[in-house]
Design a protein around this ligand. Sequence first.
Ligand SMILES: Cc1cc2nc3c(=O)[nH]c(=O)nc-3n(C[C@H](O)[C@H](O)[C@H](O)COP(=O)(O)OP(=O)(O)OC[C@H]3O[C@@H](n4cnc5c(N)ncnc54)[C@H](O)[C@@H]3O)c2cc1C
Ligand code: SF4
Ligand code: SF4
Length: 374
Amino acid sequence: MALEKPQWRELFSEVVTSGLCTGCAACVVACPHDVLDYDANGGAYKPFHLDIDGGREDCTHGVKGCTMCTRACPRFRNWESEIDQHRFARERTDEEVFGIGDVLLARSTDPRMVENGQDGGFVSTLLIHALENDLIDAALVSGLEGDGSTWRAEPRVVRTRDEVLDTAKSRYTYSANLLAYPRAVEFGAERIALVGMGCMASAPGAMQTRKAGKIARRLSLTIGLLCSKTFDDSIFEELFEKDYGLRRADIVKMNIKGVFQIWTRDGAYHEVPLKEAHAFTREGCTTCPDFAAEHADLSAGGIGAFNDWTLVIVRTDSGREMMRALKDAGLIETRPGDDDPGAVALLHRLAQVSRKRWPESAAPGPRRIPVRGS
Ligand SMILES: Cc1cc2nc3c(=O)[nH]c(=O)nc-3n(C[C@H](O)[C@H](O)[C@H](O)COP(=O)(O)OP(=O)(O)OC[C@H]3O[C@@H](n4cnc5c(N)ncnc54)[C@H](O)[C@@H]3O)c2cc1C
Ligand code: SF4
Ligand code: SF4
């Protein structure tokens, strides 16, 4: 029997149309024949195949043996254990519900970086250090279109301190940062950092373990963001404006700490209960089992008792080296995760909640770890 070579046809039926697709865009940027495109309109956030080349459901290059899209996809078949094995040389234990790694708290030693960042300004500090010390050539992040007043997130390439600072803080709508990869390559970048939530942060590991060519090599550092969900863009008009009178153009910062926290241009602070926001959950998040960006080199989040600190999970040797370099350069201060046991307990709980979303009908993956209460 011929060896199976899973291609777009399998990806389409097993991931894109089965409800597992997060819209991370890894398949789109890995496709060497440019026959995949990405639909970011109307909250779709899904890849699609150009009809000219095999139709919506099949691919003529796939029929001839190209398997690149399934190699890149971080939701294809046994993705979780494959990537665990590749990144950590073992699978996680039942206790490692938020993945393999050590928790600590970190923040920039520069108060302006903390002020400019979402939490402790840790991610921006790291990116600037890596760019200015020739550890990476570029990073794929998320910016806001135009002057920012529409709050529409867009994938961006950053290569300078100012570009990093301009793209700091969190947007809670989706930004498939991997879509900025071709632009980074146009700039000649060979060592590219990816910033993204769990869905995107598993893509480099999937590509590396399944040998997806140059892109797997170039994505050399992954900074994950803790994430329960993202929201449809319609949340701005249909919830924030309609029910709370908050126009998107007047919003200057948002955060989620048990509630949606919203700061407006006039200096006022507002809260919107999260339960009112749930109806606007982006479809691609509804089966996502990865709260803690579990295949990143370093994961960053904002849970915990200490405002203005970033909770960091250090996962790989690259992550450990980066932390050492940032501390040696006096750019960050850290404290042990044990300083905030509540945050670590919440991390466990939120990771468990997300793992329950993985459908029992899919490859066992995240469900093979017993989930309490399921
Ligand atoms: C959609 C989303 C949901 C999150 N949910 C949680 C959560 O439930 N619990 C928790 O503890 N933490 C969550 N976080 C992480 C948290 O908001 C901070 O990003 C994290 O603590 C790092 O803070 P910082 O000050 O170190 O980062 P900063 O220095 O502010 O850098 C943030 C980086 O994130 C990038 N970014 C911003 N928005 C997006 C986006 N939509 N998509 C991709 N990249 C983006 C920026 O471009 C920048 O590079 C979430 C983040 C996002 C984007
Ligand atoms: S999860 Fe990502 S790589 Fe997989 S099909 Fe969806 S967009 Fe493509
Ligand atoms: S919940 Fe977060 S990590 Fe999961 S698919 Fe949605 S955006 Fe990605």
